[in-house]
Write a protein that binds this ligand. Structure first.
Ligand code: ATP
Ligand code: MG
Length: 246
């Protein structure tokens, strides 16, 4: 369980102060996917930086299972807006980065091999990120996060740079792997469709400074053939209304 109490984040740049997040209160239940949606600049990435332990200057309280955020003791898988691959390392070294840092593990175990197969990137291990397509880079970033078997998975618009076909395929692949281990996930997106397709709860942010407008229970989560259902379109309309009000 992740608990966020009265979180306020301010950035200072020269003389100017920007309030990025304004009194955020939220609980993310263990084993759930929460999707976060809101206008550009409302503080979504900032929230992920706080949850990942990268950003420490804030007021309020953020805990994972009652403990303060500490990437040294907690396993946190992070997929950044620009994939976050190291350009000077090949795919193999990129995907084993997390497990090397965490437990000194140099080789992939059976689970690691399984994830590579699921993502279809076994043949790309010796390539460098610049030799991969956008979709392939995204698969590598997902592999790295899953192979770490994190307690918390943080994803910042991971599929937004992909074309529609690749995006839908990766969304389905992500859900399939996710269902096998139900890792607690915070998933940021610009897309109402994606928020509904992937989230069991949808957190809707206001325009800057980011506040939570509403946390919406998603009745569509886990329904089969979701993209073709009326409920899906009804929920899309409902979310768009909340976003428009904010
Ligand atoms: N390092 C920084 N210094 C100063 N201001 C910053 C910094 N990083 C972000 N901001 C500001 O904080 C606010 C929130 O930024 P953030 O990147 O969290 O938004 P976002 O919701 O992720 O936007 P997008 O959807 O475009 O990715 C914005 O107004 C942004 O300009
Ligand atoms: Mg962002």
């Amino acid at each position: 369980m992740i608990e966020i109490k009265d979180l306020v984040v301010k950035y200072r740049h020269k003389e100017q102060e920007t309030v990025a997040l304004d009194r955020i209160n939220l609980r993310i239940a263990a084993g759930d996917i929460y999707t976060f949606i809101g206008p550009s600049g409302c503080g979504k990435s900032t929230l992920l930086y706080v949850l990942s332990g990268i950003l420490k200057e804030y007021t309020g309280k953020v805990t994972i299972d009652g403990h303060g955020i500490d990437p040294k003791t907690q396993r946190i898988g992070l997929i950044l807006q620009n994939y976050g691959l190291l350009p000077w390392q090949n795919v193999y070294h990129n995907i084993t980065l997390g497990i090397r840092i965490k437990n000194g593990q140099q080789v992939l175990d059976d689970y690691g091999q399984y994830i590579l197969e699921q993502l279809g990137i076994e043949s790309l291990l010796h390539r460098y990120p610049k030799e991969l397509s956008g979709g392939q880079q995204q698969r590598v970033a997902i592999a790295r996060a899953f192979i770490l078997q994190p307690d918390l998975l943080l994803m910042d618009e991971p599929f937004s740079a992909l074309d529609a076909i690749n995006r839908e395929e990766l969304q389905d692949l992500f859900l399939r792997i996710w269902r096998e281990n139900n890792v607690t996930t915070a998933f940021i997106t610009h897309s109402v469709d994606e928020a509904l397709y992937l989230g069991s709860k949808i957190v809707v942010f206001s325009a800057a400074p980011g506040r939570i407008l509403e946390v919406v229970d998603n009745p569509c989560f886990r329904l089969d053939n979701l993209r073709f259902r009326d409920e899906y379109y009804d929920m899309c309309m409902q979310l768009r209304k909340i976003l428009d009000k904010g």
